[in-house]
Design a protein around this ligand. Structure first.
Ligand SMILES: [Zn+2]
Length: 355
C-alpha cells in the first residue's frame, strides 16, 4: 500500500446546473473521490453557462449542497462580460475562454473579443484557454503581449507540445495540461471504443495520431498537469445522430497513471508533480490538511463502467487491464472513500475560494 496526496483535477464538467441527467455535483464528486481526486475545478459550459454573478451563485449553491470533495468553479468569458468578471475573480477558480468550438454555448471567435478579457482579468488569477493548433499559438501570443500567465487546456498534438516548449524557453508564461485519453488513446483506438457507435469516439480535441501521442510522451517534462476533462454524456446521447463530444475520466485517471508508472513510462514523482503540486501552484489552490489517498499498487483489475460512480455509465477504457487500485481516500481528516464505498455526505466538500 502506498500513500499519496489527494489529486487535484483542474478540468471537470460537472453538468450542473442544467444537465443533471448526465452528472451533477453529487455524482461528479463521488466519481472524483473514487478516483483518488480530492479537489476538482469545474468548467463553466453548463446550462445556463456560468458567466456572471447570478449564474456563478447558481453553480456554487448546488455545489455547496451536494459536493463531497473540495472544489472551485470557473467563470466563462463571453462577448460582453469582460467589464464585470474581474469582480468575480476571487470567487472563481479562474477564467475559462473557449476559443475553439466545443460543447456548449460559450465561444469567442473574434480576437477583438479576447482583448478585454486579457487586459482586465486580474493577473494573479489564471486564464485557461480551450485553443487548438494555430488558435493555441494565437493564445500564447496574447499571453506574451499582455504579459500574463495562460494555461492551455488539454493539449493533444505534437505541434502544440513543441510550440509550448519553445514558448517556455523564451520566458512566456504558459502552462499546459494533458488528458489521459490523449496520452493512452490515439485515432487507431476509435473502432474499439466505438463498437459500431461512432459517437463514442467523439471528443474535443479529437483523438490524435500515434505520432502526436508519442510526442506527448517524449515531452512529458513540458506537461505541467494531468487533467481529465471529465465530460460525461449518457450512452443514449453518445449513440445518437448528433453525438456530443466528451469522455468521462475521473475514475480512470489514477489507475492509468499508476499503470504507466509500473510500465516505467512515468515516475511516481511525475504523478505527484503534475496531479498535485503544479495544479496547486498554477491555480493558487490551498493545501488540503489531513488529506491523502492509499493505493494498492499491486492489484490488477479491469476497468468496468458498471463499477463507476459517474452517472454516464460508460468509459472509453472499458476492459482495459490496469495495475493500481485506490483503496482509501481521507479528506480533511475523515475517510471519504474506502473499498468501493463513499463515506462522506453531500455537502462535505468545501469551496476552496470561500474564505
Ligand atoms: Zn473540457
Amino acid at each position: 500500500m502506498i500513500k499519496l496526496p489527494g489529486l487535484i483535477d483542474p478540468h471537470v464538467h460537472v453538468r450542473e446546473p442544467g444537465q443533471t441527467h448526465k452528472e451533477d455535483w453529487d455524482s461528479a464528486t463521488q466519481a472524483a473521490l473514487a478516483g483518488g481526486v480530492t479537489m476538482i475545478l469545474a468548467m463553466p459550459n453548463t446550462k445556463p453557462p456560468i458567466f456572471d454573478a447570478a449564474t456563478l451563485d447558481l453553480a456554487l449553491a448546488a455545489a455547496k449542497q451536494k459536493a463531497r470533495c473540495d472544489y472551485a468553479q470557473f467563470v466563462g468569458a463571453g462577448p460582453d462580460n469582460a467589464e464585470f468578471l474581474p469582480d468575480l475573480a476571487a470567487k472563481a477558480a479562474g477564467l475559462k475562454m473557449y476559443l475553439d468550438s466545443t460543447f456548449g454555448e460559450l465561444r469567442l471567435d473574434d480576437m477583438s473579443l479576447w482583448m478585454p478579457h486579457f487586459a482586465k482579468f486580474p493577473k494573479d488569477y489564471p486564464i485557461v484557454l480551450h485553443s487548438e493548433s494555430r488558435t493555441m499559438a494565437a493564445g500564447i501570443l496574447f499571453a506574451a503581449i499582455y504579459n500574463r500567465p495562460v494555461h492551455i487546456a488539454h493539449i493533444s498534438l505534437k505541434e502544440e507540445v513543441l510550440l509550448i516548449k519553445a514558448a517556455k524557453e523564451r520566458g512566456i508564461k504558459v502552462t499546459c495540461e494533458v488528458c489521459p485519453h490523449h496520452l493512452f488513446l490515439s485515432k487507431d483506438d476509435i473502432p474499439t471504443i466505438s463498437h459500431g457507435h461512432p459517437g463514442r469516439g467523439e471528443v474535443r480535441p479529437r483523438l490524435a495520431t500515434k505520432e502526436d501521442v508519442d510526442s506527448l510522451w517524449n515531452n512529458v517534462d513540458v506537461i505541467d498537469c494531468f487533467a481529465t476533462d471529465h465530460a460525461p454524456h449518457t450512452l443514449e446521447e453518445k449513440d445518437s445522430e448528433n453525438a456530443p463530444p466528451g469522455f468521462p475520466g475521473l475514475e480512470t485517471l489514477l489507475p492509468l497513471l499508476l499503470t504507466a508508472v509500473d510500465d516505467g513510462r512515468l515516475t511516481m514523482d511525475h504523478v505527484i508533480q503534475k496531479s498535485v503540486i503544479n495544479p496547486r501552484t498554477i491555480f493558487h489552490l490551498p493545501e488540503q490538511p489531513e488529506t491523502w489517498i492509499e493505493v494498492d499498487e499491486d492489484t490488477e483489475y479491469e476497468i468496468r463502467a458498471a463499477d463507476q460512480f459517474t452517472r454516464c455509465d460508460w468509459t472509453p477504457f472499458e476492459g482495459w487491464k490496469v495495475k493500481g487500485k485506490v483503496r482509501k481516500v481521507v479528506l480533511l481528516g475523515q475517510i471519504a472513500f474506502e473499498d468501493g464505498k463513499i463515506l462522506v455526505e453531500k455537502g462535505y466538500g468545501r469551496n476552496i475560494r470561500e474564505p
